[in-house]
Design a protein. Structure first.
Length: 132
């Protein structure tokens, strides 16, 4: 059953870049691996790239809903990596709110980069995710 979908503009100047439609309250994209670490990103392509190395979740926005936070809180993850686009003040504000909430659940690390995970090679992404 289709729960929702996300479209991305091909024109770099269009805003918003993504349009998400859903018929449920909380929509996100998740890929799980056997690990105590999960990487939180904004978009599905970045989450798919990160999932090669760690569990990942795409917020499909730059903010985390209370419902999604509750789902993560019930999981077995104790290490959180927040890797949001570093592109504007609102994203940075949302990132700080997410980090402050996740600190109650475990260790949190922020990755600040000029490139999204989807733009990195496997070697670059592995180095960034593993703190190298």
């Amino acid at each position: 059953k289709l729960r929702g979908y996300q479209l991305r503009s091909l024109d770099a100047v269009d805003t918003p870049k993504y349009t998400t439609e859903t018929n449920i309250k909380t929509l996100y994209w998740y890929s799980g691996r056997v690990s105590d670490t999960i990487v939180i990103v904004e978009d599905m392509l970045s989450a798919m790239r990160v999932s090669k190395f760690h569990s990942s979740i795409a917020l499909l926005s730059s903010g985390m809903s209370a419902d999604l936070y509750a789902i993560i809180g019930k999981s077995y993850y104790s290490e959180f990596i927040v890797y949001l686009d570093n592109d504007n003040a609102q994203v940075k504000k949302n990132q700080l709110q997410i980090v402050n909430k996740l600190k109650l659940l475990g260790n949190v690390r922020i990755i600040k980069s000029d490139k999204d995970p989807k733009e990195l090679t496997d070697n670059e992404l592995s180095e960034v995710l593993n703190g190298g």
